[in-house]
Design a protein around this ligand. Structure first.
Ligand code: ATP
Ligand code: MG
Ligand code: MG
Length: 578
């Protein structure tokens, strides 16, 4: 267990537990409203949190913060965390998104232990509660146009005006509401509003809309309903029905908390929901540089094919991160490190990348890959001969052992590891210089071959037969350069994708610029690399460090047995910081 940041939400929970705020709740077999008994009442959890995505897109790095926070609190406090699909909006929700959300939360390493709910399962209760509110004089049907309603809502400095329909009697309201439900009216003809206070200093309390007419087919309830609850009405009810204790959301909902409390207090008075009531707590959302975390923008990137789908390794979606080779552990570490606060701030993407690097450094076996190959010919090495060199699987973990890598007369080396005319401080191959072929022999460069255009086609050298790494006397050779290589005859020529940041600037779209214009044109480079033979048998999603190059993963979808394709997750060093 790691030292956890003692954030302000923990202070609230600690105090609630100390004061026994939720102790009066019987999580099962409790008397009380029938609706509430059915949901989330199956265990003895001390607190209940929830992660409530709307299934209208794939989860992104911002959602990971909310997931780590809510599930993390439940784990730490012997509580439960629900996975709730907030699917009260009929138009944009799809099963594909539901499935992808389930996968992503599991991938991050969290388990809701059967507490999986759909807000649309509560439609009947939400409707019944609305009738109760109407009967008690807490809600009314408004028949103003949307423009009239907007105009009478007032402003921050000016109170709103009561609707001419505000004093309809409960029976008149009930009749209209039932006819709304029966489908008698067109979209927008009427709306149900809570009757709170049109002069409130908080605009969210000026009789917010709670039910609207929408003749649309819902992904789960089909055409059963033509009226749908508004988020501000639905969300508190979902929390109360599931016996949530701490309903954690992002800061932009702060102004809605008074209505959250007002609504649940009325419903508790009316016997619709049990007390103690859930409490809403707001925290600052994750803002990350060099990415966009808005579903609308992510959808645009996918639809306009700036990326290769939702799981493109360059996207800040969790499916994209997984495909890129990022690890769930690193996401959890990143979120723990950042903690939760009450004020908005920006985090540089390099912080997340560094967390990935750290975790991959600990867990990824080392392998050798030549990304920009040129031949190295060892003129004094016998034709047809081959032997094995031993390379450690992890320099800090001798217990991971060593593996044999084949050595032969012709090797692949990086083109940049040879210079015909060396620059200052260049210690790698140039005519007359000696370097060590890592885990192999010391060689002395003798020259190079060129084609008609002057392009180097092969580097030539001679090896020192008594210099093999690990053999007695091998360290008598003092050389400054140490380069990696793979035997050309044994190498596996693989497709490797070098991914970089999708955007070239810190704040894409800043200052009203079209964020598409900020795309990094070099965010994806597909190459054929020469890999050590052992990588041929890499399994999909296996991660490695390619020495000197960074961390790579065998693509989970494009790899075939015997022909894995690799994606670069992250380089060894941050090449973006100045
Ligand atoms: P978008 O505004 O892009 O559509 P959303 O916030 O509406 O995203 P939801 O599916 O409603 O998406 O979000 C589910 C949960 O994830 C919410 O509780 C929300 O507060 C949280 N969440 C979304 N984005 C972030 C973020 N950037 N940082 C922290 N939490 C977030
Ligand atoms: Mg949303
Ligand atoms: Mg939102």
């Amino acid at each position: 267990a790691s030292a956890r940041v003692h954030n302000f939400i923990r202070h609230i929970i600690d105090a609630d537990l100390k004061n026994g705020k939720y102790a009066a709740r019987h999580w099962s077999g409790r008397p009380g409203p029938a609706a509430q008994q059915k949901v989330g009442a199956g265990d003895t959890a001390k607190i209940r949190t929830r992660f409530p995505p709307e299934p209208n897109g794939y989860l992104h790095f911002g959602h990971a913060k909310s997931i780590c926070l809510n599930f993390g609190l439940a784990l730490d406090y012997a509580g439960a965390c629900h996975l709730r699909f907030d699917d009260t909006n009929p138009e944009k929700e799809e099963q594909e998104y539901v499935d992808s959300i389930i996968d992503a939360v599991h991938w991050l390493g969290f388990d809701w232990k059967g507490n999986q709910y759909f807000a649309s399962d509560y439609f009947q209760w939400m409707y019944d509660f609305a009738e109760k509110l109407i009967e008690a004089g807490h809600a009314y049907v408004d028949s103003q146009t949307a423009e009239e309603m907007r105009a009478s809502r007032g402003t921050l400095t000016e109170a709103g005006k009561n609707s001419p329909y505000r004093d309809r009697t409960p029976s008149e309201n009930l009749d209209l509401f039932r006819r709304m439900k029966a489908g008698e009216f067109a979209d927008g003809a009427h709306i149900l509003r809570a009757k709170v206070d049109m002069s409130s200093g908080n605009i969210n309390l000026r009789d917010p809309a709670i039910y609207r007419i929408r003749h649309a087919t819902h992904h789960a309830t089909g055409d059963a309903w033509c009226i749908y609850p508004m988020y501000t009405y639905a969300h508190p009810i979902e929390d109360a029905l599931e016996n949530i204790t701490h309903s954690i959301c992002t800061l932009e909902f702060e102004d809605q908390r008074p209505f959250y409390d007002w609504l649940l207090a009325r419903l508790a008075e009316l016997g619709c929901v049990n007390t103690p009531l859930p409490q809403q707590i707001e925290f600052a959302r994750l803002n990350l540089s060099y990415v966009v975390l808005s579903k609308r923008k992510l959808i645009q990137l996918v639809d306009e094919r700036h990326v290769d789908g939702w799981d493109d390794p360059r996207l800040p979606t969790l499916v994209g991160a997984r495909r890129r080779g990022f690890t769930p552990e690193a996401f959890r570490r990143f979120n723990e490190m950042n903690g939760v606060t009450k004020s908005d701030s920006w985090i540089d993407i390099s912080v997340l990348e560094e967390c990935q690097r750290e975790h991959l450094n600990e867990t990824a076996p080392r392998r050798i890959a030549v990304l920009d190959p040129v031949k190295l010919v060892i003129d004094n090495y016998p034709e047809g001969q081959e032997e094995e060199c031993l390379a450690p699987n992890h320099p800090q973990k001798p217990e991971w052992g060593k593996r044999p890598v084949p050595f032969s007369k012709e090797l692949w080396i990086e083109r940049e590891d040879f210079m015909e005319v060396p620059g200052k401080g260049y210690f790698r191959l140039f005519p007359g210089n000696m370097v060590r072929l890592r885990y192999g022999f010391v060689v002395k460069c003798t020259g190079c071959d060129k084609d008609a255009d002057g392009k180097i086609t092969a580097v030539r050298c001679e090896y020192m037969a008594d210099s093999k790494s690990g053999t007695p006397g091998s360290d008598n050779y003092k050389v400054k350069g140490n380069i990696h290589w793979v035997s050309a005859r044994h190498a596996y020529a693989a497709e490797v994708r070098l991914y970089d940041r999708l955007f070239a600037v810190e704040a894409p779209g800043e200052g009203g610029r079209d964020f598409i214009a900020d795309l990094n044109p070099d965010s994806k480079l597909v190459i054929t690399a020469q890999l050590e033979a052992a990588l041929k048998s890499a399994a999909a999603e296996e991660r490695f460090q390619f020495e000197r190059h960074g961390y790579f993963v065998a693509d989970r979808f494009d790899s075939r047995p015997g022909t894995p394709v690799f994606n670069r997750a992250v380089t060894l060093k941050d090449s973006w910081s100045k």
